[in-house]
Design a protein around this ligand. Sequence first.
Ligand SMILES: Cc1cc2nc3c(=O)[nH]c(=O)nc-3n(C[C@H](O)[C@H](O)[C@H](O)COP(=O)(O)OP(=O)(O)OC[C@H]3O[C@@H](n4cnc5c(N)ncnc54)[C@H](O)[C@@H]3O)c2cc1C
Length: 410
Amino acid sequence: MLNPPTFDALIVGAGPAGSHTALRLARAGHRVGLLDARSFPRAKPCGEFLSPACLPMLQELELLDPLIDAGAAQVRGMHIASPAHQTQGDYSPLGGYASSHGHGLGVRREVLDTLAVEAAGKHPGIRLLLGWRAEQPLRAEDGRVCGLTARDPEGHSAPLRARFLIAADGLHSRIARELGWSRPASTPPRFAIVARFDEVPERQMAGLHVLGRDYFAACPIDGGSYTANLVVDRAQMRGGQHGLRALFQERLQEAPVLARVLGDRKPSEALLACGPLRSRTRRTTGPGAALVGDACGFVDPMTGEGLYYAMRGAALLAPAVDCALRAPTQEARALRRYVRARRLEFGPRYALARLLQRGLRQPGLPDRVVGMLQRSPRVQALLLGLTGDYLPPSALLRPSVWRAAGQPST
Ligand SMILES: Cc1cc2nc3c(=O)[nH]c(=O)nc-3n(C[C@H](O)[C@H](O)[C@H](O)COP(=O)(O)OP(=O)(O)OC[C@H]3O[C@@H](n4cnc5c(N)ncnc54)[C@H](O)[C@@H]3O)c2cc1C
């Protein structure tokens, strides 16, 4: 059994939120433990679309070039289709706002996550603990979190002590639940089925194909492959690969634009299913601990922004934890700054995502909205900028942005 070391920061979950936080804290000079129940590469159900605003964060951590070398597909814009209408737009600059690279990326999670974990493993300040399952937070007598118990790869439970605990353990975070920070979600339980297809000719555009209240999201990825995920209510879900494939195929008939892109190709791998796609938390920080990424709560992946939230969340949390570790008396204030920054940055985006979800449930509305986007390039450009994450929601208050959105892009 590993002799339990002491960490400045112990991070549960080595997905994008955890590995990015680990790299940022280790760069700031802290001793970091990065723990994950799985070994990498590991499968993770995802649409595999990285919005344009993820690219500078990847670049900052020296993860962008390796992704491009691994063949990540450049995603120039998005195709939006409903049964009666379709439209498409690029991630163009808008009223002084532009994405740094002018495009997003599509890359399989086995590549994206493994590259980040490998970079973490090479950093002398990070101790990787793969195959370790986190169980319960440890608390000091005053209630402060001071590490956790985890099961090592041989199944032995060990206490891992740390000055600060970060839960980046994803959707339905066990650590958030054990801390008593989860709360019941009120949205209907939705489920996703994710499929990959090889040798798909569409190489430039992500796609959102709305079918009434359900939808497909799709994206070209590395290796000439293509990921498409179908999101439906729980009642539609069927068991086993056969049931999942049958449901996917049936619903594909309602998405003629995507059906044309996929032709008669069959999924090249086993389909992945996951859900329910909902979780909420009542708080994201407390003495000695914080949540980041999907552990903070989950918004339906329709607008493909979860990876941005995970990476940007890491960029907001790391300086707060750095400050707390250097000046413990400043911890509460630093964590309040993190909570406020998250609220300012993600609050309006979550609200937009919820609005889109609610709109989907109104019969006929998705068709009317896509029709309106088709007729109004201005609104479409704004939506692409917002969901591409390079246009801050506050930009909608600027008349110059609305004026620019009305002009044809050069
Ligand atoms: C169907 C679907 C499609 C999506 N499509 C997109 C998209 O196209 N673009 C986009 O930006 N976002 C998308 N998302 C959202 C995106 O996948 C997530 O927001 C993102 O993965 C969050 O990263 P994370 O690091 O917080 O969590 P994760 O990536 O889930 O990582 C959490 C890690 O924690 C580990 N873990 C969990 N519990 C424990 C434990 N007890 N002990 C140790 N380790 C543990 C897990 O093994 C995992 O490696 C999609 C999500 C779904 C479900």
